[in-house]
Design a protein around this ligand. Structure first.
Ligand SMILES: [Zn+2]
Length: 314
């Protein structure tokens, strides 16, 4: 079954306007849908990152079986009464080098989500590789690339559009880059979709190096240009990223929320939680809730309301 097909059995109806919008936006595979019984006041998205799935299901890194972790999270998602509009996996889907075997194993887990009727979207991290990824997930490849050589998408919701960017620069090199062409596409796309809140989602963290620093850093090498693009439109409210395996949040100088997603896989600091994030989008605000894998973790269930920029003057 295609990853993006939504069986009619679970859905009461498909919002035709969103399906049309998906086609218009170059995402013919996307058909956003909603349950009549679900909370109509908010969009709900399940945000995952850094699954790091290896070909070998038994692979363990830093004491964590990555395949088991992902499946535990999928168990949670599928048990929820109120299902998300979609599931986003924000990069480093594969273990280290984006091998075909990694994606074949990832597909075994994700097919469970697809079978339940939930669309899945993925971004590319530094441990992914686009060609093997597209070979395993054919429906993720748009008919015509929106940005040459990059895996990007615009995913429409009822209250916000999600702009998925591709910060993979060189496979298995830690730092990331969006590049001029993609930044121009993003700026243009944000400007063309001002009717709803914009949320940008990509793998690498913005890095704010001291002025004059020659350090390369491990985040987005073109952070300054990227932040300028985010600030260029008042309806851009947040950037979600993974990569650092460290659940955290911050804001840019211009008030854009920066949300660092937890990893599905291992953490680099044993005190940090791994798990996933429930994102709720309403007209005036966003809300994030941490769903830690360890339900005893002190941060499990913590939630934050992210007020819109310029809310006071709008
Ligand atoms: Zn990464």
């Amino acid at each position: 079954m295609s990853l993006h097909l939504i069986p009619a059995s679970r859905r009461r109806f498909v919002q035709a306007s969103l399906a049309t919008a998906a086609v218009t936006l170059g995402c013919p595979w996307l058909m956003a849908a909603t349950d009549e019984s679900a909370d109509q006041s908010a969009d709900y998205w399940a945000l995952l990152a850094d699954t790091h799935i290896a070909a070998n299901k038994d692979a363990v890194s830093r004491g964590v079986n990555m395949f088991d972790n992902l499946n535990k999270i999928i168990d949670e998602l599928l048990a929820e009464e109120n299902k998300p509009l979609g599931v986003i996996i924000n990069g480093d889907c594969a273990r280290l080098r984006g091998r075909p075997g990694d994606y074949a194993t990832l597909r075994i887990a994700l097919d469970r989500i697809t079978a339940a009727g939930l669309p899945i979207h993925m971004t590319m991290g530094n441990h992914d590789d686009r060609d093997p990824f597209y070979a395993a997930f054919k429906k993720q490849k748009p008919d015509a690339a929106l940005v040459d050589g990059k895996h990007v998408a615009i995913v429409p919701g009822r209250h916000a559009n999600l702009f998925l960017v591709d910060s993979l620069n060189i496979v298995n090199e830690v730092s990331g880059k969006l590049g001029e062409t993609q930044l121009q596409w993003l700026a243009k796309s944000l400007a063309e979709h001002r009717d709803k809140t914009a949320i940008v989602i990509g793998h690498h963290n913005p890095q704010f190096l001291p002025e004059g620093s020659t350090a390369e850093g491990s985040g987005l090498s073109d952070t300054a240009k990227f932040i300028d693009v985010l600030h260029s439109q008042p309806h851009v409210q947040a950037y979600f990223y993974g990569h650092t395996h460290n659940w955290n949040r911050n804001k840019t100088s211009g008030g854009v929320h920066l949300i660092n997603q937890p990893p599905c896989a291992y953490v680099f600091n044993a005190k940090h939680p791994n798990g996933w994030v429930r994102l709720k989008v309403q007209d005036e605000s966003l809300a994030v809730e941490l769903r830690a894998l360890n339900k005893q973790h002190t941060q499990h269930g913590e939630s934050h309301t992210l007020e819109h920029r310029f809310a006071a003057v709008s």
